[in-house]
Design a protein around this ligand. Sequence first.
Ligand SMILES: Nc1ncnc2c1ncn2[C@@H]1O[C@H](COP(=O)(O)OP(=O)(O)OP(=O)(O)O)[C@@H](O)[C@H]1O
Length: 238
Amino acid sequence: MSPVLELREITKVYGSGPAEVHALTGVNLSVRAGEMVAVMGPSGSGKSTLLTIAGSLERPTSGEVLVEGVPLAGMSRAEQARMRRRHVGYVFQDFNLLPGLTAAENIALPLELDGVKARKAAEAARRALEQVGLAEQATRFPDELSGGQRQRVAIARALVGERRLLLADEPSGALDTRTGEAVIRLLRTFCKKGATAVLATHDAQLAAWADRVVFVRDGVAIDQTAPPAGPESLLAEP
Ligand SMILES: Nc1ncnc2c1ncn2[C@@H]1O[C@H](COP(=O)(O)OP(=O)(O)OP(=O)(O)O)[C@@H](O)[C@H]1O
């Protein structure tokens, strides 16, 4: 089975001449279905760039990105947009929910934009809210929810429909430690059920929940390890 996400020799250069920034240099990464991969590195090391290129929000200067085995470079812009809507969910530090829509409407919106009928989209949104434990909050607006609840709505929106690849940039960055950890555990649960997640984080405690950690420094992926005894090992699983 081909990996859900594959980056081959990705290089990204911003600007030119003296303003040139080598944000990524020769990065390789392959993520299988059900895996949760944490990308760690200091500020400015290239984590966000890696995620935006993986999600086709930006093109690499060189190298190849494949989603579900299909090279993005061979797709037209319209096909890439369709691929993003159908297969890739994004979660950001600042939640990015639309303030004028309820939790359920925020989740249903990407489906409706993709042509799903309103009733079906609303039903899918209701199920997604149940999965993140927020069925009771369906009609609340973002400013009526806590930070942790908002991020759970953003995760539900990222995974609603058929989307199985989740790209999360510092998803717990705006949350306190406990709430942040709850969000990462939720991502972990989705990965156990077959979703695939790549998350950028500064936080080694949170990265320890991942199956693998990729360290990025000055645009170079310098190491890949399975975390030693992460919190997961404390959960007694038969
Ligand atoms: N649009 C852009 N134009 C020019 N330079 C950019 C652009 N986006 C990112 N960079 C530069 O690329 C490098 C990598 O940035 P990136 O945002 O990917 O790092 P990061 O590891 O996500 O940082 P942080 O943890 O602070 O979010 C940095 O030097 C940054 O200044």
